[in-house]
Design a protein around this ligand. Structure first.
Ligand code: AP5
Ligand code: MG
Ligand code: ZN
Length: 216
């Protein structure tokens, strides 16, 4: 099974992908995570992407589609969760080609419907484990033991440089202008299901799993 999680910054794409990975053995393919890894490693892609990401704008279609192609080759026959990709009509076309070349098809596009005003609070409160990347939130998802990662027990956490209010506004404008317009492409193919992304994290997961199980 191959699915896309689609929604604006802070909609919960990464949070839900993490849960589906744990529950179903699928693989999360997040272009944001791949780009942040490239920035950290100082690769040529990372050097190009850093300023664009810090400004909240979109990295080039060629770069992100190449990253996705490499990862798809590495995951064998496991199901893919596309998180933050595709983000433009050109990327949607590239994804079709990448999947077809590997004998894969798209099963579901899950739209996480959210209230944009709430997203700023979600994003500015977000942090992750510096060791394993598990995601947390100052208000909505604190570690069970304060200061200790639930997953790996590590004590250091980090925040993303693009998680400030001004950059978040730009990221939302980019979503509205370039990403939301790809929904009709998938609607025309009958692939889109809409989930209320403002519900509790666990409730959103249940709604997504019902769709994947054909009970949505
Ligand atoms: P990317 O990393 O994809 O960022 P984004 O799309 O802005 O999305 P976020 O990761 O901020 O949000 P999310 O939906 O994953 O929310 P999360 O689950 O963390 O991209 C970053 C940048 O990279 C882009 O701006 C661009 O420059 C570049 N880029 C990436 N992909 C690209 C592409 N394809 N093309 C071009 N450029 C690209 O949740 C947020 C917080 O809320 C968390 O703290 C979480 O705990 C909490 N939370 C989640 N769900 C709930 C809930 N239901 N209730 C309460 N709290 C919740
Ligand atoms: Mg994310
Ligand atoms: Zn951890």
């Amino acid at each position: 099974m191959n699915i896309i999680l689609l929604g604006p910054p802070g909609a919960g794409k990464g949070t839900q992908a993490e849960r589906l990975v744990a529950d179903r053995g699928m693989v999360q393919l997040s272009t944001g995570d791949m780009l942040r890894a490239a920035v950290k490693a100082g690769t040529p892609v990372g050097l190009k992407a850093k300023a664009v990401m810090d400004a909240g704008e979109l990295v080039s279609d060629e770069i992100v589609s190449a990253l996705i192609g490499e990862k798809l080759d590495a995951i064998g026959d496991k199901g893919a969760i596309f998180d933050g990709y595709p983000r433009t009509a050109a990327q949607a076309a590239s994804l079709d080609a990448l999947l077809a070349a590997r004998g894969r098809k798209l099963d579901h596009v899950i739209e996480l419907a959210v209230d944009e005003d709430a997203l700023v609070e979600r994003i500015t409160g977000r942090f992750t484990c510096a060791n394993c990347g598990a995601g947390y939130h100052d208000k909505f998802k604190l570690p069970r033991v304060p200061g200790t990662c639930d997953v790996c027990g590590h004590h250091e956490f980090k925040r993303r440089p693009d998680d400030n209010e001004q950059t978040v506004r730009t990221r939302m404008a980019e979503y509205r202008a370039k990403t939301a317009p790809i929904l009709p492409i998938y609607e025309a193919r009958g692939l889109v299901s809409r989930v209320d992304g403002m519900a509790d994290i666990a409730e959103v997961t249940r709604a997504i799993e019902a769709i994947l199980d054909g009970k949505g």
